[in-house]
Design a protein around this ligand. Structure first.
Ligand code: NAI
Ligand code: BGC
Length: 259
């Protein structure tokens, strides 16, 4: 592949067999990174992405792991180092889940599941990635796919908001710890995007319209609009950016209903 913005990078994207992760891993590969496509269950979808990247002249491997399980994550990072021929220098923590429950109806198991995948999963992957980055002593970038719900409270999603709000402070804290190693840590806060997590909105025009009214730009976002933000943040063009959140939300965080 010709010289491209991310050539020489080794990147992993978690939850990359669908939605924002899929679009992001394809974009990083198109920009020249060798990529690991993490998936939890859908091996065929991950393999299809890998095959396409390879047929376009890129380098890709598929790696199965449940990011909420420590042994899976430790094993996956070893597999990536071998499979991509060196330490990772880009991690995109993208895997995430949501399922609404009112506080008073929230089963402990559902609370734990969301926190385990969205927050503990990001921690486990960042820890392994940072260990490899520090060992290689060549810096690196960790991007966390957070949400507008880092900031905006969302009834019936208290577990999800706790995970993304937690991700905000966790990310800023590790950004300070890792800065001396020239490792940058940045969150992306998407608004409402056209991905499988929002299938209900996509299938119900009334619900979709209601959400679109919460977005100053008046539409849901395309996965490519997050992928291009990730590609920029992990590139040298964003070399002085760490410890902050870039919202990719059509203005959803601008309190559009406040007059
Ligand atoms: P999605 O449902 O297509 O993607 C989530 C991915 O995470 C799936 O591929 C799923 O298999 C994977 N995953 C779930 N549990 C996992 C685990 N334990 N280990 C490994 N992978 C696991 O939905 P989408 O929208 O692409 O979500 C990606 C991220 O973006 C999530 O963190 C979500 O919270 C965040 N987000 C999405 C927004 C949206 O409107 N679509 C807005 C703001 C944030
Ligand atoms: C959620 C989406 C939701 C969006 C805006 C995201 O974090 O995953 O389901 O549409 O926030 O509320």
């Amino acid at each position: 592949m010709a010289d491209t913005p991310l050539s020489g990078r080794r990147a992993i994207v978690t939850g990359a067999s669908s939605g924002l992760g899929k679009e992001t891993v394809r974009r990083l590969a198109a920009d020249g990174a060798a990529v690991a496509v993490n998936y939890i269950g859908n091996a065929d979808a991950a393999e299809e992405i890998v095959e396409k990247i390879r047929s376009d002249g890129g380098t890709a491997i598929a790696v199965q792991a449940d990011v909420s399980k420590e042994s899976d994550v430790v094993g996956m990072f070893e597999e990536i180092r071998e499979g991509l021929g060196g330490c990772v220098n880009v991690l995109v923590n993208n895997a995430g889940i949501e399922k609404p429950f009112k506080l008073v109806d929230m089963p402990l198991d559902e609370w734990n599941k969301v926190l385990s995948v969205n927050l503990t999963g990001a921690f486990l992957c960042a820890r392994e990635a940072a260990r490899q980055m520090i060992a290689a002593d060549e810096g690196g970038v960790i991007v966390n796919i957070s949400s507008v719900h880092e900031l905006i409270p969302w009834p019936e999603f208290s577990h999800y908001c706790a995970s993304k709000g937690g991700m905000r402070m966790w990310s800023k804290t590790i950004a300070r710890e890792l800065a001396p190693h020239q490792i940058r840590v940045v969150n992306i806060g998407p608004g409402a995007m056209l991905t499988p997590i929002n299938q209900d909105l996509i299938d119900h025009p009334e619900k979709r319209k209601e959400i679109e009214e919460e977005v100053p730009l008046g539409r849901l976002g395309e996965p490519s609009e997050v992928a291009s933000a990730v590609a920029w943040l992990v590139s040298e063009q964003a070399s002085y950016i760490t410890g902050t959140t870039l919202f990719v939300d059509g203005g959803m965080t601008l309190y559009p209903k406040f007059v």
